[in-house]
Design a protein. Sequence first.
Length: 675
Amino acid sequence: MMNKILGFTAMGIFAVSCATTTQEATEQPWIVDRFDDIKVIRYEVPGFENLTLQEKEYVYYLTEAAKCGRDILFDQNFKYGLAVRRTLETLYVAGRETAEAEGAEFKAMEKYLKKVWFANGIHHHYSNDKFTPEFSEAWFREQLALYINDDNRQIDDDFLCQIIFDPTLYASRLNQKEGVDVITESANNYYEGVNQTEVEAFYAGMAAADAGNPEPVSYGLNSKLMRDENGNIVERVWHIGGMYSAAIEQIVFWLEKAEAVANPTQREYVRALIDYYTTGDLALFDKYNILWVRDTESNVDFVNGFIESYGDPLGRKASWESVVNFRDVEACRRTEIMAAHAQWFEDNAPINPAYRKEEVKGVSAKVITVAMLGGDCYPATAIGINLPNADWIRKEHGSKSVTIDNITYAYAKAAEGNGFNEEFVLRAEDRERMLLHGKLSDDLHTDLHECLGHGSGQLAEGVKGDELRTYSSTLEEARADLFALYYLGDEKLVEIGLISTLDVAWAQYSKYIMNGMQTQLSRIELGKDVEESHMRNRKLIAEWCYEKGKAENVIEIVEQDGKHYVVVNDFVRLRELFGELLCEVQRIKSEGDYEAGKALVENYAVKVDPEFHAEVIARNQALNIEPYGGFVNPTYTPVYDAEGNMTDVTISYDNSYVEQHLEYSTNYSFLPTLN
Ligand code: ZN
């Protein structure tokens, strides 16, 4: 499971404030490309130099393995995805050397190709809708006639044009609309020649045959379901010798190199993964996961395989992905300090002592630095990962939960200079504080929320925990956020060395209240209520504190030049209000007080003032901030001595988005066009 962010509202807050730095900031060196609704960001890999040579070598082989499955994902997303990509790349490389490259049609095709690279296919990575080309079919056919011949033709020209230009053909990669056959109406390549009823019957039969097994494999995870030549429904399994063999062989080639330099713990699961890729046996995938989840000690870690099933309308088939990473020592120190003082936080929480936990169990979350993104994690990626996905393995053996620090950092850097703070933060001192402390205050807020907030408190006797029904997730998020906000402003954090000044807390307070009352509304369509529970929670907290602090002017809505600004005037009093609301939300949860929970949510978290809402949307749109972000990878170069031993691995960051994709398509493309 993954935590995804859209990458704008939350991150816009770190924008550069003072006029003197705006000049450099508008160059935005972290953004390497922007097109359509996408910005492409460069991420750095701090700490890579400090890895041991053995770790660097291990990372290097894993990063190579991470690049070898790119074609698999293109084919999984759409049967003709590789055909479209390869044809466009041929036209692009040939055409960019000519005068044609300056023309509007060529530029439109370039934009389309950039979108195809970003989505790993012809459908938008988030909405799943097919892209609409902005170049004409007539011009495109001229290009085909010029540069495509019998040697480099991927599929029939007419069919290719239909795929690109007919909006009704393969319209959605993932159609889950009520009442449609989600299999036949979705253009992904996980199924062929079968309908939803047949698929469901096929896997129901498999589950029935395995009934009572407490450790069931993830049926169907690594195969395409289709008909054989006799019309029987069969799985084509993804393994060496099976479907996608040519790419999987390359992945295994690099995994075997990694195995040779792995530590003994790593070696065990790298071997299990290789065995699984070789045979396609899902029991071996479970074996791999169990061995992998137990390894909490190794510095370097990775994901490589058919992992997440968001791309299958029935949630069964997994897309190929890879992430190579290592421990962020400094950030982990943060969560360790927190865990060490967990009992103190619990004992001092501003809630009824009866609802405090007597004994807090150690909770920890690992913070990692990503070294390479591949497959379904590239170019768009998650900022947090929690694996494995099999329920029984999670229950019996646990799971690993990580947050990816260098990726959130890159998102934040990319937001600098986008004008968001200048537009929405009224006071220069608030912008300055956010600029200085925004990243740390966000990290600490997340750590406190995840490590301590959710785990705090206890239920009164006789309360089961399901009493709050549809309001429970909003109230639970509010409880964890309030715990985090309250303690962020506590001198204790200075005392234990997590922060050096409470300005870190005040930066978060200004941002949180502004976001909760105002800026997050830009993500909601005009006329709609707030639905999503994290958004509701933020609105609940901000609006409640606004109302309760009104007499003392704790939070103020300032109108200036026809625009509204949300400003915090009194941070210390605001912190007390956070404490008071935490006390009440904890009481509601501990006592299962449905009516009080409902009243809080309905009164503060749902309804939006339409005029205020329209203003936020208009101001946000004027900033032209792309809602989606993705990344280019760094390049790793091994250094060898005269005997051919690796002596170092160097890292460089000078990749352009276009060159990186062309390079991957040249050097890491192993599959035939049709699989
Ligand atoms: Zn939460």
